[in-house]
Design a protein around this ligand. Structure first.
Ligand SMILES: NC(=O)C1=CN([C@@H]2O[C@H](COP(=O)(O)OP(=O)(O)OC[C@H]3O[C@@H](n4cnc5c(N)ncnc54)[C@H](OP(=O)(O)O)[C@@H]3O)[C@@H](O)[C@H]2O)C=CC1
Ligand SMILES: CC(=O)C(=O)O
Ligand SMILES: [Mg+2]
Length: 762
């Protein structure tokens, strides 16, 4: 394999950086500036109030400015990746890139600061003078040995975290990979021989951390561009490197590598030759971490030493040992407790959280990011993937806790669990809205049957459902297929102990199911022969019959097949709840601006006023289960009587029916969608409206409007969908859509369990 990025990747990267606008960042205002008053608040004279408050009490800067969430990524461009001293301007794409990662992975804002300065004294003065602006300083790509002194002096001088990521971020992730790699190889850290290529910022910091977790200095051999670092070496020595100088006559990497258990490359591409690798100890851990060109390419290494565990710093190979797994989250934890520094206990907490996470079962999101390939803990998965959404959930709270325990937190957190839950909602934006339902489901889990029990997404969802105690799952599927797939996806749940299986090819209740089917659907054209076939072949029919007969409390189907035909089976077998005229679909979209329910997104093409009233009241009941107060708008093209078209009249009629039947509901209409979503607009159009604030339930006049609005919001607002939630069946039953994710299945399961709990006898 070619170690250089292909021409394609290079030109793609240049287009990426230049199009549609140059660079990777922009500043976004978080406050409105729409009028004279906003101007007076944001700037002079109003801003003076914030200034005076901070002057009186500097801690209030965390309240009135972005400082507590703002990090400076500072570089002078002297060691940019493995490209060397290419200067601060050429370093800017890397620093902008780090800013993007900080933001995307942990919600932290960054100003990248490239300094045309190499003198350490002056660098110290410049960076220290930035303290009023930032909550933390990430030094980046500054060469050794200057970086050591720079960081030491800044840490002593500044009251906010100063963290040279190439040193400590790298060391933390290397420590995690070493911990797991040695565990797999059955070796103890105190016994292993470690050889480095590189004696710079990253290499020396890694060694220092490895020594602090048990590596022995006498077992460590450091090499750099001048070869082995030995006692008395006259060239390119400094006090940080000298710590690892060996008393030896050996002079080259080739001479010291025989018998090494760990190769730690933090130098430059291609330094480790195959014959050197051949001389390493059994099951060696090869960490070729130079970017973008590793010290040895993984295919060469694997061909030479199939027993080697291989890591690189790149995203296109397994085991990406890269500080991106650490820096967003260690800063997240540090900033959230107002830490004055990032100390050794915080780093150790991050390293052990990363190592532990790699040993957990792989998550659905990670599997999807890697094209469905399950990544079990093992030689090719020593550490978590950078796209593992659990990184923030594990690392940030561990770091925050360590900061509090070690006394460096100026804003300690009272409730670490609530903090971790809040981070969860940052990752799975559905998490926060779903929390009340998930908790409610866990309080009394019910039996939920899944028609597509062999589907990968169902299996992944069921793993989470069982781990969290949300439901007792029943999978419709062939046991051998389910077992094989569980193994393939690395899922630890097992049939009978964790969940039940209904095997359509061989279920002792077959005759009873056929009889039940004929009994409930005989009048709808289901003959005994048709029933026999469908009970063997149609998993939706089986799931619906299980619910009808009381073998399950709720059903979930629809990952494949047509929505309407699944609905028909539910209608035929489970039937409608007392008082319901038909079913409807309520869909939830969770956007950056909040959570909104839309109906009817999937079932009735053109509901009558009567049906709309019915569904509005049913939807309101559902929304309350999310711990939200329904604020309902009956939406139309017409704004409070501005049109008398049939659909406007229909919505007006629906409103009067709702008002009669549920006088306490906060509902109004008919109104345009923007009137529904903005109090300001509504005050202009119809100040007497009973609806206050922003509507969170939007009842649409027909299926087209509802479905189009739902899909538009999903696509344009990058919203997270939950549902569709089927309203109206006599027992809980939900028909999902083909695009549903495992997370979506978990969410709908919680909803179904809560529905089952509130049924009579549930
Ligand atoms: N995967 C990851 O997360 C990270 C990877 N890195 C990578 O590590 C490398 C070093 O970065 P950093 O420590 O910040 O930089 P430094 O400039 O501080 O250190 C570079 C070190 O590598 C040595 N070196 C350079 N070329 C060679 C060579 N051909 N043979 C042997 N040694 C060599 C240098 O020796 P001398 O000083 O004698 O010239 C120096 O000791 C880069 O490739 C970088 O991309 C860094 C941080 C994180
Ligand atoms: C990853 C990183 O920080 C580097 O290669 O320098
Ligand atoms: Mg770097």
């Amino acid at each position: 394999m070619d170690e250089n990025p292909s021409q394609d990747l290079k030109s793609g990267a240049l287009v990426y950086h230049s199009y549609p606008k140059p660079g990777k960042l922009e500043i976004q205002a978080t406050k409105p500036l729409g009028n004279q008053r906003d101007l007076a608040l944001a700037y002079s004279p109003g801003v003076a109030a914030a200034c005076e408050a901070i002057a009186a009490d500097p801690a209030t800067a965390a309240l009135y400015t972005v400082r507590q969430n703002l990090v400076a990524v500072v570089s002078n461009g002297t060691a940019v990746l493995g490209l060397g001293d290419i200067g601060p301007l050429a370093a800017k794409p890397v620093m902008e890139g780090k800013a993007v990662l900080f933001k995307k992975f942990a919600g932290i804002d960054v100003f990248d600061i490239e300094l045309a300065e190499k003198n350490v004294d002056r660098l110290v003065d410049i960076v220290a003078a930035l303290e009023p602006t930032f909550g933390g300083i990430n030094l980046e790509d500054i060469k050794a040995p200057e970086c050591f002194e720079l960081e030491e002096r800044l840490r002593a001088r500044m009251g906010i975290p100063v963290f040279h990521d190439d040193q400590h971020g790298t060391a933390i992730i290397v420590a995690a990979a070493v911990t797991n790699g040695l565990a797999l190889a059955g070796k103890a850290i105190g016994d292993v021989k470690i050889v480095t290529s590189g004696a710079g910022a990253a290499a020396l910091a890694c060694l220092n951390l490895l020594v602090s977790i048990g590596a022995r200095r006498e077992n460590i051999w450091v090499t750099d561009i001048d070869g082995v670092v030995y006692e008395g070496r006259p060239t390119l020595m400094d006090r940080w490197k000298a710590v690892y100088a060996q008393r030896t006559k050996l002079r080259t990497l080739a001479e010291v590598i025989p018998g090494a258990d760990i190769f730690l490359g933090l130098s430059a591409g291609g330094v480790l030759k195959p014959q050197m690798l051949e001389a390493m100890a059994p099951r060696p851990l090869v960490m070729a971490l130079a970017n973008p060109y590793p010290e040895i390419m993984p295919d060469v290494a694997e061909a030479t030493r199939p027993d080697a565990m291989m890591c690189t710093g790149r995203s296109d190979f397994p085991n990406q040992v890269n500080n991106v797994l650490c820096f967003p989250y260690i800063f997240r934890g540090a900033l959230d407790v107002g830490a004055t520094t990032i100390n050794e206990p915080m780093k150790a907490a991050a390293a052990s959280a990363i190592a532990a996470l790699a040993r957990e079962a792989p998550s659905d999101v990670v599997a999807r990011a890697y094209g469905g390939e399950a990544r079990l803990f093992g030689p090719r998965s020593l550490i978590p993937s950078p796209f593992d959404p659990r990184l923030i959930l594990r690392i940030a709270p561990a770091v925050a806790q360590a900061a509090m325990d070690s006394g460096v937190a100026t804003r300690p957190l009272g409730d670490l669990k609530a903090y971790a839950d809040g981070l969860g909602s940052f990752v799975f934006r559905s998490g926060f809205v779903m929390k009340p339902l998930i908790n409610q489901a866990k309080s009394d889990p019910k039996r939920v049957i899944y028609a597509e029990g062999e589907d990968e997404r169902v299996l992944r969802a069921v793993q989470v459902i069982i781990e969290e105690g949300i439901a007792r799952p029943i999978l419709v599927g062939r046991p051998s297929v389910i077992e094989t797939r569980l193994k393939r996806f690395g899922l630890s749940i097992r049939p009978m102990t964790d969940f039940d299986i209904t095997n359509p090819e061989d279920d002792p209740r077959y005759r009873d199911y056929v009889a039940s089917y004929v009994e409930v659907a005989g009048r709808r054209g289901i003959t005994p022969d048709a029933a026999k076939t469908l009970v063997r072949t149609n998993s939706t029919v089986i799931a619906a019959l299980a619910v009808k007969r009381g073998d399950a409390d709720a059903m979930i189907c629809g990952l494949e097949g047509r929505f309407q035909s699944r609905l028909k089976h539910i209608r035929d077998i489970i039937g409608l709840a007392p008082g319901s005229q038909d079913m409807a679909a309520l869909s939830l979209v969770i956007t950056q601006k909040g959570a909104f329910f839309l109906a009817d997104t999937h079932v009735r093409p053109d509901p009558s006023a009567e049906e709309i009233a019915d569904m509005t009241i049913a939807c309101a009941n559902h929304v309350e289960r999310f711990g939200m107060t329904p604020q309902i708008a009956l939406v139309s093209h017409s704004d409070f009587g501005s049109s008398d078209s049939p659909s406007a009249l229909k919505m007006r009629a629906a409103l009067s029916l709702v008002r009669q039947r549920a006088p306490d509901l906060e509902v109004d209409g008919e109104m345009a969608a923007d009137t529904a979503l903005s109090q300001v607009v509504r005050e202009r159009v119809y100040p007497a409206s009973r609806l206050q604030g922003v509507a969170n339930v939007l009842i649409m006049p027909n299926l087209d409007a509802a479905n189009v609005a739902f899909q538009f919001t999903k696509a344009l607002a990058d919203a997270l969908p939950v549902g569709p939630i089927l309203i109206g069946p006599a027992q809980p039953a939900h028909v999902l859509t083909h695009s549903v994710t495992a997370r979506g299945i978990v969410n709908i399961t919680a909803i179904a369990v809560v529905e089952a709990q509130v049924l009579p006898g549930g």
